[in-house]
Design a protein. Structure first.
Length: 205
């Protein structure tokens, strides 16, 4: 049976995307079912990821490992995010292949101050689909430009503090690190889930 989302693409050429990405969606097969029903891409942003980390214990094991490794806060955040993005890309790979690389993407929204025209992004006026199309065509047909902009994006993101999202994450991370150093060898310093949840509730609620 054809779904409404599948008909939207087949009859009107519109590619529906999901504006959400969580690890439970990936582990429980929710995203796979949505893709089977016609979702052709996923977008997310730091707020979505923060809510996902806050609201699920699916990140606890990796979080504990990062604590034990002494990973910097920004690196820890992107480790969590990138793993989810890579897994989502795996779910979307058949769509990517079947569409000849026009669908099947995962997009992470960034703060406007991180987007620099022609350096790591292309800016265009709202309501200018022709401008968007031209810029996307340029990016898709120039692999060297694609690689350069990707490298620039990574450099800019690594320098950005992400303070609005990571402020409380950093405080808890450092606190847990101090607790770990104070505990005898063999003691598990990973905080229980309710402790981790509280670090985001005031910001995200």
């Amino acid at each position: 049976m054809t779904t409404k989302l599948q008909r939207l693409y087949a009859e009107h050429g519109q590619s529906p995307w999901l504006d959400n990405l969580t690890r439970p969606y990936l582990r429980e097969g929710t995203l796979a079912r949505m893709v089977a029903d016609g979702i052709r891409g996923v977008t997310a942003n730091p707020t979505i990821f923060a809510k996902a980390i806050e609201g699920s214990d699916a990140y606890d094991d990796q979080f504990g490992s990062l604590i034990a490794e002494g990973r910097p806060v920004l690196d820890a955040y992107w480790d969590l995010v990138i793993d989810d993005v890579v897994d989502a890309l795996g779910v979307l790979r058949p769509t990517f292949d079947a569409s000849e690389h026009t669908d099947g993407f995962v997009s992470i929204e960034v703060a406007p101050e991180l987007a620099h025209d022609a350096e790591n992004a292309y800016l265009f006026k709202q309501g200018d689909p022709e401008g968007l199309s031209q810029r996307m065509q340029t990016l898709f047909t120039d692999p060297a430009l694609h690689r350069r902009m990707a490298a620039n994006s990574l450099e800019i993101i690594q320098k950005h503090a992400l303070a609005r999202t990571l402020e409380e994450f950093e405080a808890v991370y450092e606190d847990v690190g101090m607790r770990r150093r104070a505990q005898p060898a063999g003691h598990d310093p990973t905080p229980p889930t309710p402790y981790r949840k509280s670090m985001m509730s005031s910001r995200m609620g």
